[in-house]
Design a protein around this ligand. Sequence first.
Ligand code: ATP
Length: 286
Amino acid sequence: MATETTAATVAAAPRRNGGRILEAAEVVKHFGGIFAVDGTSLDVREGSITALIGPNGAGKTTFFNVITGFYRPDGGAASFAGSPILGRAPHAIARMGMVRTFQITKALARMPVIDNMMLAAPDQPGERIVGLLTRPGASRRREKEIRGQAMELLSVFNLEPLADEYAGTLSGGQRKLLELARALMTRPRMLLLDEPMAGINPTLGRRLLDHMQRLRAEEGVTFLFIEHDMEVVMNHADRVIVMAEGRVIADGTPEKVRTDRRVIDAYLGSGTVREAGAPEGGADGL
Ligand code: ATP
């Protein structure tokens, strides 16, 4: 039987590219005449918590969709842990260890929360009918182990009491946490999050951020997250990459990016924030 390459086994691979786990060069994606991603080049260092920010319509989500295989690129190159990824299928990229969160589909909504979690595990025994028949003891042990991991993750996000509820009955915020917990079941080497804090109450948001820090510290997981909440970005990212009009316009520490004239201009031009000194938000809100 072929050995399945999980995120955990990939994590044992030696560091390459000076610790840059994701490298993207001149990535292009257009929709008709709209160049949503217009030559984006960036890299993400392994073990970092990197924020991807930019005004509405900057191309952040499209960039995520291209590098995770959901959109076919129109140009450029990208690699994850030294292997080319652009144009590969989403499941192949996820199996390499770069995982993004997925919305709970209608089918998953009709299943209990615990089943949603267990299905997300890379080698859950249900997948291996032959193993189930020939090695029932091993399958049961694996199932128990997966259930344990699932319950542990659910407890991180306060979802443990809802384990037997149908996922469809969860609130919007709880669903988002379940999506994140499902992604973590795959034991990713790098996790991409699109506005993880949106729609989540502040206490759970705090737990989510703490959990990210813990995963990075204990397992070296890399995070790239799109976020509009500048307080979260400034306090929790160790690096910030700024996109505007499909391109990277700034890249550096939160302090450096915050005062970058191009960044302030891009946000002011987009109408996302008010002028510095205005009653709320303002360029200072960056
Ligand atoms: P936001 O912060 O508002 O989510 P974003 O930076 O993630 O914005 P994208 O959602 O990637 O930006 O959109 C970039 C541009 O591409 C926008 O002009 C958007 O309208 C356009 N766009 C995105 N997806 C599609 C699509 N499937 N078809 C056509 N145009 C699209």
